[in-house]
Design a protein. Sequence first.
Length: 329
Amino acid sequence: MTASGTPATPDRIVGIATGYMGAKQLFAAARTGLFRALADGERDIPALASATGLSERMARILADAMNGLGLLERRDGRYRLAPDAAAYLTGDGDLDLHPFLAFLNEISYGHWLQFDTTVDTTEPGELKMDDDRWKAFMAGVMRYNTLHAAMLARSFDFTPFRSLLDLGGLSPDFAIGALKANPGLTARFVFDPASTDAVTGALAAAGVADRATVEPAPTDTADPGGEHDLVMVNHVIHRFTAEQNRAILTAARAAAAPGATLLLLDFLLDDDERQRSIDALHAGEYFVIDGTVVYPESEVQEWLTAAGWRPREVLALPGSPRVVVAEAV
C-alpha cells in the first residue's frame, strides 16, 4: 500500500525493466532518419516509410514507440515532432544528439551486456576498440559534452568575469560558450597535450582564438598559476583518484584570485532522500566502460574545502551533470 492507502502498482517496475526496449527503438528511429523525416512537418505511416526506407510495419512500430515515449505527437494517424525531438533530433534545432545516440547504441549498450560480470567482480567490462569504434566513441562523448556546455551556458551568467582558466577538461565547448556569452572574457586552456590540436581547431572555428591561449600540460600535475577570476574543472574528477583530485583542486586554487569562482562539473552521487537518477546511472556507465568513478558530492566538497574553496551552490543541469559552484577563500 502507498502512504495514501491506495494499492501499489507495478507500473514503475515494469517501466524501468523495459526501459532498454525504448532506448533501442530510439536509437533505431534516430539511425534510420525517422525524426529528420518529420523536420518539415507531419507525415502518416506510408509517407514515413517512404522517407526513411523502412517497411510500413517497422515505421509504425518505431513511430508508435516514440509517440508512447512522448517524442512524437500523433493525431488522425499523422505524426509530428514534440518540441524536444525538434530541438535535439533533427539536425536543424538547438543541437543534434545523433552522434551521442550512436555512441550509446554502438559502444555503451554492448558494454552494459557485461554489467552482471562487473557487478559480481567489481571489474570494468572489456573495452574492445578498433579505429571505427574509437571514432564513434569520441564523437558521441564529445557531443554529450557539447550538450552539457550548452546547458551550463543557459544556467550560469558568465558576464561578470574577465579571466577564465579551463583546467584539464575534455571539451573546449564549456569555455567557448563562456567566451561567446562575454566578449570581454579571455581564456587559458591548460589541457592534456593530446587535446591541443582539437582545442586550437575548435577555438578557430568558433571565432574566439584571439581571446584564448592553449598550454599543454598533464592534468594531474599541471600547476598553471595566475590570478583568474573564473576557473573551470569540467569532467575531470571522475577520471582521477581522490589523491590526484585533491592536487588538481589545489592547483586550481593557486591559479585563482581571492574571491574567484570555481565551476566543477561532473556527475555526482548525493545524500538526498531521492538520488538524482542520471548521476547514479552514470556511475554504472563509467564503471562498466573503463572503471572510472562517479564520486559522492560530500567527498568532493571536502576536497574543495581542503584546497581553499568554499562551496556555494550546486546547479543541476537538464540532461547533464551537476555543477558545484565554489568561491576562493
